[in-house]
Ligand binder design. Structure first.
Ligand SMILES: Cc1cc2nc3c(=O)[nH]c(=O)nc-3n(C[C@H](O)[C@H](O)[C@H](O)COP(=O)(O)OP(=O)(O)OC[C@H]3O[C@@H](n4cnc5c(N)ncnc54)[C@H](O)[C@@H]3O)c2cc1C
Length: 475
C-alpha cells in the first residue's frame, strides 16, 4: 500500500487508529481457517494487509468506507478472527478493518428484553453482561470466547442451544451497518415487519461483502428456571443404522413439538473418541439439555424419554452431558495436529430428515477413500422440524507436501457427496473463500447470479472483502 494512502488515512482518522506496525499486520494475516494455518505453519509466504484500522465508532467506519470507495481500495472487516472458511485473507493492497476496537455495550433494556452492542464486542463478554442481570442471549457457539457479535451476524452463526433458541437470525432484533457508499443504516425497527423484504438479510451472512456491521441488537431471554440433562444409547445393526435410529428419535421428539435447546447425536466413532468411558459397542449416543420453566422441563423429560425408548433407544448416563457441558468451548490448535503429521477439519452441512442418513453414509464412505484417512465421523447438533444438521470431522495422515491436497480432497468429497444426496452444503460456518466452488449446489445458477447482481448494486466499486463468498462470473 502506498505511503501516501496511509498518511491520508492517518490524517482522516488519527494516527493511533491506523497501524502499520509489523506485529499488528502479522496478527491480522488470517482467520482460523485450517488451510491458512497450515500454510503459515509450513512457512509459506503469507499476504498481510497494507494497514490495520481500529475505528472508534460508526462515524469513523463511514469515513473509512467513503475514502476506500472513492479510491477503489479493498476493505476487509475482521471481527475476532475465529472464522474457519478463509473469510479473512488480506494482501498488501487491502485495508483491514479491525472491529474489535468497537466493543462497547450500548444498552440493555430489561423491559423490552433488548441488548445492543458494538459489533466488535466479544461474544462471551456480551453473554456474561446480560447474565449478570438474569438474562441470556441464548447464542452459544463453541467459539463464544473468541468470536464477536458482528462476526456472528456476518457468518449466520449457530449456537449450541439453537434447537430451542434459534440460530443468530432468530435472535437478532436489529442491525446497524455502514453500506459500501458510506451510508449508516438501521435495519429492523419492530419485533416483526412486512414492510418489504427483510433487509437485515442483505448483511446477515454476507461475510463482509455487502458492508460493515457496526452494531447489533439481540432479543434476550430470561435465564431458564430449570435445567435437566438426559442421554440415550442408539444401537442398530451397523454404525449407520445406529445413527439412523438416533436421527429417527430426534425427528419424533421435535415433530412432537418438544424443543430441548441442546440435542446432539454422536456416531460410534465420536462416542469412542469423546466419551470413551460411556462407550457401548458402536452405539450412537444422543445427549440432550432441557431448559425452561420447571413444569415444562419435567414434562419434556418424561415425554422425550418415552419417545426415545419407544423408538428403540436405551437410557444412558447423563454424566456424558455434564462432560460435554464442561468441555464444549474448547478451541483446538491446528498446529498440534500438523506436528503429528495429520491435517484435520470439521464440515457442517444439513438435510431434510428423508435425506440425512444417505448424506451421512455417503460422506463417511467417500472420506474413507482418501489416502491416509484415519478418521471420518459425525455428530448432529442443530435440529429442526423438517431436518437436521451433521458436523463431520476428518483426520488424514500425510507428508507435509501432501497435506494441503488431502485437505481439499476431503472438503471436495464432503461437498459433492452432500449435494448429490440432497443436502445443503453449509449449515453454520459460512462460505468464506473455501466454499465458493460449491455455492451453486445450494443457490442454483440463478441464485448465484442474483447474489452477484445484489453485490453489484450494493457495492458497485467492489471494495468490500473482494474474493470472498461470491463466485466470480463465468469466463
Ligand atoms: C473452535 C471453533 C469453534 C467454532 N464454533 C462455532 C459454532 O459453534 N457455531 C458457529 O456458527 N461458528 C463457529 N465457529 C466459527 C466462527 O467462530 C464463527 O463463524 C464466528 O461467527 C466468526 O466471528 P468472528 O468475530 O471471529 O469473525 P471473523 O472470523 O473475524 O470474520 C468472519 C467473517 O465475517 C466478516 N466480518 C466479521 N465482522 C464483521 C463486521 N462487523 N461487519 C462485516 N463483516 C464482518 C469477516 O470479513 C469474515 O468474512 C467456530 C470457530 C472455531 C475456531
Amino acid at each position: 500500500m502506498l505511503d501516501s494512502t496511509i498518511d491520508t488515512l492517518r490524517d482522516l482518522l488519527g494516527t493511533d487508529v491506523v497501524s502499520t506496525d509489523a506485529e499488528v499486520l502479522a496478527s491480522r494475516r488470517r482467520d482460523y481457517w485450517a488451510a491458512s494455518a497450515l500454510r503459515e505453519w509450513r512457512g509459506d509466504t503469507m499476504g498481510e494487509p497494507g494497514c490495520v484500522v481500529r475505528p472508534r465508532g460508526p462515524e469513523q467506519v463511514q469515513d473509512l468506507v467513503r475514502f476506500c470507495g472513492a479510491n477503489r481500495i479493498a476493505l476487509m472487516p475482521f471481527g475476532l478472527g475465529s472464522g474457519v472458511c478463509g473469510g479473512v485473507l488480506p494482501t498488501d493492497d487491502v485495508v483491514l478493518l479491525d472491529m474489535s476496537s468497537m466493543s462497547r455495550t450500548r444498552e440493555i433494556d430489561e423491559h423490552d428484553l433488548l441488548a445492543t452492542f458494538d459489533a466488535g464486542k466479544n461474544g462471551l463478554e456480551a453473554e456474561e453482561e446480560v447474565a449478570e442481570r438474569g438474562f441470556t442471549i441464548g447464542h452459544w457457539p463453541q467459539s463464544i470466547a473468541v468470536s464477536s457479535v458482528g462476526g456472528w451476524v456476518s457468518t449466520r452463526a449457530s449456537g449450541q442451544f439453537s434447537t430451542a433458541y434459534g440460530n443468530v437470525e432468530d435472535i437478532v432484533y436489529s442491525i446497524e451497518a455502514v453500506l459500501p457508499d458510506g451510508e449508516l443504516v438501521h435495519l429492523g425497527k419492530a419485533p416483526r415487519a412486512a414492510a418489504g423484504p427483510d433487509l437485515r438479510h442483505v448483511v446477515m451472512g454476507a461475510e463482509g461483502t455487502m458492508g460493515v456491521v457496526t452494531g447489533v441488537t439481540f432479543s434476550l431471554r430470561r435465564a431458564p428456571e430449570s435445567r435437566r440433562l438426559t442421554a440415550f444409547h442408539a444401537r442398530g445393526a451397523t454404525p449407520t443404522d445406529s445413527m439412523a435410529l438416533g436421527i429417527e428419535a430426534q425427528r419424533r421428539i421435535v415433530q412432537s413439538d418438544w424443543r430441548p435447546p441442546v440435542m446432539r447425536l454422536y456416531d460410534g466413532s465420536e462416542v469412542a473418541r469423546n466419551f470413551p468411558e460411556h462407550r457401548s459397542g458402536d452405539d450412537a449416543a444422543l445427549l440432550m439439555v432441557h431448559e425452561g420453566p420447571a413444569g415444562r422441563v419435567d414434562a419434556e423429560v418424561a415425554d422425550v424419554t418415552r419417545i426415545a425408548t419407544e423408538t428403540g433407544l436405551t437410557v444412558a448416563d447423563a454424566g456424558m452431558v455434564e462432560q460435554w457441558l464442561e468441555s464444549r468451548n474448547h478451541v483446538p490448535t491446528w498446529t498440534d495436529f500438523f506436528e503429528r503429521g495429520a491435517v484435520v477439519d470439521t464440515i457442517e452441512i444439513s438435510a431434510p430428515w428423508s435425506r440425512i442418513v444417505d448424506v451421512y453414509a455417503a460422506v463417511v464412505a467417500s472420506l474413507g477413500q482418501v489416502e491416509g484417512i484415519v478418521n471420518a465421523s459425525a455428530h448432529s447438533s442443530h435440529v429442526y422440524r423438517s431436518g437436521i444438521n451433521l458436523y463431520f470431522s476428518f483426520a488424514v495422515l500425510a507428508e507435509v507436501a501432501d497435506m494441503e491436497d488431502r485437505y481439499f480432497e476431503c472438503w471436495h468429497r464432503t461437498m459433492e457427496a452432500t449435494a448429490a444426496n440432497g443436502g445443503g452444503i453449509a449449515h453454520h460456518h459460512g462460505s468464506g473463500r473455501l466454499r465458493i466452488p460449491y455455492l451453486h449446489h445450494d443457490l442454483g445458477a440463478g441464485g448465484v447470479e442474483l447474489l452477484r447482481t445484489l453485490k453489484g448494486a450494493v457495492d458497485p466499486a467492489g471494495i468490500m472483502n473482494p474474493g470472498n463468498l461470491i463466485p466470480p462470473p463465468p469466463r
